[in-house]
Structure formats: C-alpha cells, structure tokens
Design a protein around this ligand. Structure first.
Ligand code: NAD
Length: 321
C-alpha cells in the first residue's frame, strides 16, 4: 500500500492534473462508467464534529475508494490544525485490497476549483473578460486561481459578506497581473463569469444582478439549507451540475426544486457537455449556471492522480499492509 502524506501534496499536484482528473471523471459519470455511493455525514456528538464518507467507483479510471473526514470546529483554536480534515483511501477494484492512503485536505480545494474550471471551459462565452467573485474565504482563492486559466480575463471584481476578507482574492488577481475592484452586488452585471463560494444560508446574488450571457458557478452550497443565489436565477438560466441527485437534494438547485420552479429534468450533467451529448451553451445571450455540489469521485480522481505522481517522483511511501 502507498501512503502520500498531506505535506507532500502541494509539491506534487498541479492545477492541470486536477483539472484533467476531474474533467475525465465527470465525463465517466455522464456515460455511466462511474457512480457515487450515497453520502454519509453525521454529527458524532463529540467536540461538535461532523464526520462522514464520500465514495464511489469509476470503471473507466479503475478507481475505487472513499474520502473520510469532515469538520472539527475547534481544531484551529485548540490543536493548531485546520478545521476541515480528510483522508482518501483507494482500493484495488480487482481484489478489494487497500492500495493507497492520501492526505485529502489540499486535494479537496484543488478538486473543487477544478470543477468550476471545467464548467467555465465548457460553458462560459469564449470572449469572457470580467470575472466576478462572491466569497473570499479559503476556497475562493483556489477557485479564482484556477478560473483565471480558462479565459483571457482582463479584470476581477469581488463582493463578500465580510468585506475585510476581500484582500484574499485581490492578492490572487494581483499575482495574475489583473486589476481588482470591490463592487456592490448590483455591480456583478459587469461580470461575464461569476463564481459564488460562500457558506451562506440565504441568497446574496439576485437574478437582476446577472447580465445576459453570464456563466455562474455556484460552488458553496453542498448541504441541505445552504443557498447562495436567488431561485429565480435558476429558472432564468440553463442549469448544469456534477451530479443531479446531489444538485436537487444538497446543491443550489434544492430550493428551486422544493418550490416547484425547477424540475429534475431541467438540470443537465456537465459530463454530457464534456462527452458531446449535450451542446452546452447555445447562444451568446444565454445564462448558464453550474451547480457544483462536490462528489466523492472527484476526490478519488485527484487522489489517484497524486499517487501516480508520487510513484513517478519516488516520493510515495510504500508499506506492507
Ligand atoms: P470559509 O469559512 O473560508 O469562507 C466562507 C465564506 O463565506 C467567506 O467568504 C464568508 O465571508 C462567506 N460567508 C459567511 N457567511 C455568509 C453569509 N451569511 N452570507 C454570505 N456570505 C457568507 O469557507 P470555505 O472553506 O471557503 O468554504 C466555502 C463554502 O464552500 C462552504 O460552504 C463549504 O462547505 C463549501 N465547499 C464546497 C465544496 C464543493 O465541492 N462544492 C467543496 C469545499 C467546500
């Protein structure tokens, strides 16, 4: 069995490798070569921790496994480690033998950023120039860094519920040599692409904050009750997602489904666009919306890629297990 510790991931995994792994697994999901297992997420009744598993099997990539972990709210204060903790375990699909254990913390951010990037590649207008960020926390910096590689963006605009956090994304824009402007939410009409990555339980982005032709990636809503954008935006947009079952239950679409303004049939798989069985964007004026809920197969795909890189570079720790 191979071990790739968390400390090695930053030097091993690239944004390109994460992008390729996630694009391939979304394609495999849409062609029914890969499927996610039901998610388990439990409050364990100890130190307010939320713990769970996300797993799946990708027959195309021959990847079987799970990500185990969750959220420990007191970690940073009491143990000086980050609150989100996860580990990916991979198994040999032919024998069931454990094949790898991989640190999952940084990989989670990279695979989440890769998901919105894949959607931008396939759905945003080719001439997109302005990217708008809603959210400026941990994930937002990864999201912006990856998204900037998808189009020739000329400007970054940003809004955050806690404005004092905006320098986090301004720094990423500056590093990329782009101007940054903090805007009010109605200023988002300037954006050609908008990424929303917050932990909000009430919508910030309203339908009239979005201009025709915009592509929106809703990446923060991954739990029942969370919401980032007004329901009316989903009915105005063509909606895509990583996995329809998650989109309607824990994703951004859960609210439009609940109030009856959207049906499951209105939601399209991003993998179908990658595979060419859905045309994706059909017109320059069309609003496209990607509901990125985060699936276990993304974690397995990037973990599998990192194991290959670790073996190639002689960094993998091999244990007899
Ligand atoms: P973080 O705590 O670092 O940042 C939270 C962000 O949400 C900040 O920008 C904060 O200002 C904003 N926010 C907080 N309360 C708000 C409110 N009431 N209204 C509007 N904005 C508010 O968190 P993070 O690690 O960046 O994660 C952000 C979200 O992304 C979380 O909801 C997390 O669960 C989700 N997430 C999704 C995926 C996925 O695959 N889709 C993966 C990882 C994380």
């Amino acid at each position: 069995m191979i071990i790739v510790p968390e400390r090695e991931i930053a030097d091993l995994m690239t944004r390109d490798a994460a992008f390729d792994a996630v694009e391939q697994v979304f394609a495999a999901m849409a062609s029914r070569d890969a499927y996610n297992f039901p998610v388990v997420r439990e409050a364990i009744g100890h130190v307010d921790a939320l713990y769970g598993f996300k797993g799946g099997f990708d027959r195309a990539g021959m990847t079987l496994g799970l990500k185990a972990g969750g959220y420990w709210p007191n970690n940073l204060d009491q143990h000086k480690i980050i609150n989100h903790q996860s580990t990916v375990f991979l198994f040999d699909p032919d024998t069931g033998k454990a094949s790898a254990m991989v640190g999952g913390n940084l990989l989670t951010a990279l695979r989440t950023a890769a998901a919105s990037s894949v959607a931008i590649k396939h759905l945003a207008r080719k001439d997109a120039k302005v990217i708008g960020m809603i959210g400026a926390g941990h994930q937002a910096t990864f999201q912006l860094r990856a998204a900037l590689e998808q189009r020739d963006f000329e400007k970054v605009i940003g809004w955050n519920f806690h404005p004092e956090m905006l320098p986090n994304i301004e720094k990423v824009a500056t590093e990329a040599g782009l101007p940054f402007e903090a805007v009010e939410l109605d200023g988002m009409t300037e954006a050609d692409v908008i990424i929303s990555i917050t932990s909000a339980f009430a919508p910030s982005l309203m339908a009239d904050h979005v201009a025709p032709g915009t592509h929106i990636a809703c990446m923060g809503t991954d739990t029942r009750g969370k919401q980032e954008v007004e329901t009316a935006l989903l009915t105005r947009a063509t909606v895509f997602t990583d996995e329809i079952a998650q989109s309607i239950s824990i994703g951004e679409a859960q609210h439009a489904i609940a109030d009856g303004s959207l049906t499951e049939q209105d939601i399209n798989e991003i993998g179908a666009v990658i595979n060419g069985t859905h045309p994706g964007r059909r017109a320059a004026e069309e609003i496209t919306l990607f509901d990125g809920t985060g699936v276990g197969l993304q974690d397995l795909a990037v973990a599998s890629a990192v194991v290959k890189l670790a073996v190639e570079k002689g960094i993998a720790i091999e244990v007899d297990f």
